[in-house]
Design a protein. Structure first.
Length: 174
């Protein structure tokens, strides 16, 4: 990586214009550390995408489910993860009330909406969705208490099974 030609310091890097966007595009959340004189360093952190996420999403999509990811993560991180796991659509940089708004938009457009979440920031949207599904082991107490269904493990492969089971149960009831 080359230094910035317009910088008075030796080997100065363009943190805001080059480093941060590149790290975010790679799916990382970036924290710039510094003083009032300027940045001193960059820390990039990333959640590891669950190994079973791509498989579970592909099985849901095979069954005609539209998968939309709602996240508080920044745009670059959300885009990278969405592309990696194969969701149909993503919305980034959402606060909890904005997740509720998106769930309501999706309900207006598609009818019934199921929401899968595990955090306190997901709880309002879990309540708003027609079916709220909390991921048990990693889920916060608030998410578990507000959801309609609590999966007691973090196994995403159970989601296509849950979808299939609910369709079958509804068929039997009708």
């Amino acid at each position: 990586m080359e230094g910035r030609p317009d910088c008075e310091c030796e080997n100065c890097l363009d943190v805001a214009g080059e480093i941060v966007p590149r790290l975010e595009a790679a799916g990382k959340t970036v924290v710039v550390v510094g003083t009032e004189d300027g940045p001193l360093g960059v820390v990039a952190v990333a959640d590891r995408v669950r190994s079973d996420a791509t498989w579970a999403i592909s099985r849901l999509r095979e069954r005609g489910v539209r998968v939309v990811m709602l996240t508080g993560d920044n745009e670059g991180t959300a885009r990278a993860i969405a592309e990696q796991v194969g969701v149909d659509e993503y919305r980034a940089e959402l606060l909890p009330d904005e997740k509720v708004d998106v769930v309501e938009e999706l309900q207006a457009e598609y009818g019934e909406v199921a929401m899968v979440g595990d955090g306190i920031n997901d709880a309002p949207a879990l309540t708003t969705a027609d079916v709220g599904i909390a991921m048990g082991a990693a889920g916060t107490d608030t998410a578990l208490e507000t959801a309609d269904v609590a999966l007691m493990g973090d196994d995403l492969t159970r989601l296509p099974y849950l979808f299939r089971l609910s369709r079958k149960a509804n068929g039997v009831i009708r």
